[in-house]
Design a protein around this ligand. Structure first.
Ligand SMILES: Cc1cc2nc3c(=O)[nH]c(=O)nc-3n(C[C@H](O)[C@H](O)[C@H](O)COP(=O)(O)OP(=O)(O)OC[C@H]3O[C@@H](n4cnc5c(N)ncnc54)[C@H](O)[C@@H]3O)c2cc1C
Length: 274
């Protein structure tokens, strides 16, 4: 049987998997990175905030220089409680990064930009082998190594197997690691918007019944200021919002944002629900 050996098998090429592959690859380990979505176009509209300590790790992995042009600093975290009685003023609290140090709390980046940059870095690392057309299928744990079978029949072995294959991780299941699932009856709508006033590197959460509406700064685009939105709602309300046409959705989002960034206009062609 032809078994391809490496130091590490990494299942899952999302943000966790790709950054880990870059970090281990840069440190000199041979890595087999398995994910059927590696070769596909991404439509992930989420964004990811990396807090301060992540920058040093990303720099050591050769990623930070590629990430930085897409990074919006997070200097202020603003929490607004708009859930009081209808006529009551909203209560707001600011947390300012300058109160605890020199830099921002961290940086926010669109997941699609992270992915492009990470793929570019991985292409520079000959000791990271990508398996883009296949998926993890089976684990055979042995005393000195893990044997992994992929869905196309490829056999891999390594001393370390990392499951970075998301919330429904097949690796976790194969390793017999249990989970506890809590259902909150909420859904999140994820999209990006254009707005006229600058966000001033401030991440704002507006809390109301149904969940938070979070506006996370993105780097400015040619056509103006942008933010990534995560809008949590009860499942029924999220389903209703998804049916609105674009103009009605923009109105609803602008209203729900408590007008913090003025009228919001969708920039992403579709929503993503999660
Ligand atoms: C609605 C929502 C909004 C969010 N907003 C933010 C935010 O504003 N800021 C922030 O910092 N974070 C945010 N997050 C969190 C962040 O986006 C995720 O935690 C992060 O993307 C998870 O990355 P991951 O690599 O662990 O998993 P994933 O992105 O889920 O990647 C898992 C990968 O594993 C692959 N895979 C699955 N099964 C297999 C298999 N059998 N074999 C091989 N590969 C497999 C998949 O193809 C996928 O590419 C948000 C999350 C959600 C759900």
């Amino acid at each position: 049987m032809n078994i391809q050996h490496s130091d590490i098998i990494l299942v899952g090429g999302g943000i966790a998997g790709m950054t880990a592959a870059a970090a281990f690859g840069t440190a000199g380990f041979s890595v087999a990175l398995v994910d059927p979505s590696l070769a596909k176009q991404s439509n992930d509209l989420r964004s990811t905030a990396f807090l301060q300590p992540a920058r040093a790790l990303l720099a050591r992995a050769g990623l930070w220089d590629l990430f930085e042009p897409h990074a919006a600093p997070l200097k202020i975290m603003r929490i607004i409680d708009a859930g009081g009685p209808p006529d009551a003023a909203a209560v707001s609290a600011d947390f300012d990064a300058s109160e605890i140090g020199d830099g921002p709390f961290g940086w926010n980046l669109p997941n699609m930009a992270i992915r492009q940059a990470a793929l570019a870095r991985l292409a520079q690392l000959p000791n990271v082998t990508q398996y883009p057309d296949t998926r993890f299928a089976r684990l055979t744990p042995r005393r000195v190594e893990a044997r992994v079978a992929l869905s196309d029949g490829t056999q891999l072995s390594a001393k370390l197997l990392i499951g970075a294959d998301g919330r429904k991780s097949a690796v976790r299941k194969a390793a017999g690691i249990g989970t506890k699932i809590h259902r909150y009856g909420q859904k999140a709508l994820v999209f990006t918007v254009r707005h006229a006033p600058p966000h001033n590197d401030c991440s704002t959460e507006v809390h109301l019944s149904g969940g938070p509406f979070t506006m996370v700064p993105l780097p400015d685009a040619d056509d103006g200021h942008r933010s990534a939105i995560v809008w949590m709602e009860t499942s029924a309300e999220a389903a209703r919002l998804m049916q609105l046409d674009e103009a009605a959705f923009n109105d609803a989002a602008s209203h729900r944002s408590a007008g913090v960034l003025g009228p919001l206009a969708l920039t992403s062609p579709t929503f993503q629900k999660s």
